[in-house]
Design a protein around this ligand. Structure first.
Ligand code: GRF
Length: 201
């Protein structure tokens, strides 16, 4: 398929969601997207090696030298994304909060996956919070990124049951399996202009 949209993926760690996204694009000749860059704030991110093994260009912009100057970090972070000609940016286990200034450059073309059924449990420790609340259902959400953290229009959700005796790690593992189904499905729909919410059981 010609005229594929270029997708940049930002990671901070192992990048299991990035692998799911990259493989979904590389394994389907009719996929509307192609991976153009995997970018990390962490030179040791396992995702960088996994991307390179798949022939995807990688880059690192370490946030630490910039200290608390988020704008200076983001002014560097945006460069490889622009150089790669990204049409869409996917945050996938990217653990830096991005400022409104950065996000506004990609308004309407930046996605994120969050490990809860938003709007519940924005922020961190989502699995422990769902367990503490005694929720029977939990899951993950893919949403458009807007300046407010974990707050943009929802594009897809996948649910899992909470089981007796679950630890946060048990729940995280069950949710992560669904993330790897949900994010690739939502990205393909999104690149085809579909904006209705996808619900996976
Ligand atoms: C996962 O919990 C995911 O929900 C969140 O970051 C964590 C690591 O994801 N976005 P990955 O394995 O690095 O994709």
């Amino acid at each position: 398929m010609r005229n594929k949209k270029a997708v940049a993926i930002l990671v901070s760690g192992g990048g299991s969601n990035m692998v799911a996204l990259v493989d979904s694009m590389l394994n389907d000749p009719d996929h509307p997207g192609r991976p153009c860059l995997v970018l990390s704030n962490n030179a040791d991110a396992g995702g960088l090696k996994r991307a390179a093994e798949r022939g995807v260009a990688t880059a690192v912009v370490d946030h630490r030298p910039f200290g608390s100057d988020r704008a200076a970090f983001e002014a560097e972070l945006v460069k490889p994304i622009l150089e790669a000609g990204a049409d869409v940016v996917c945050l996938a286990g990217f653990m830096r909060v991005l400022t409104a200034g950065f996000v506004s450059q990609f308004e309407g073309r930046m996605l994120n996956i969050h490990p809860s059924l938003l709007p519940k449990y924005k922020g961190l420790h989502t699995h422990a919070r769902a367990l503490e609340a005694g929720d029977a259902r939990h899951g993950c959400t893919v949403h458009e990124v807007t300046p407010l953290l974990d707050d943009g229009p929802i594009l897809g959700q996948a649910e899992v049951p909470v089981l007796e005796g679950d630890t946060p790690d048990d729940l995280a593992a069950r949710v992560l399996e669904q993330e790897h189904r949900l994010y690739p499905a939502v990205l393909a729909r999104y690149l085809r202009g579909e904006r209705s919410v996808l619900h996976l059981g």
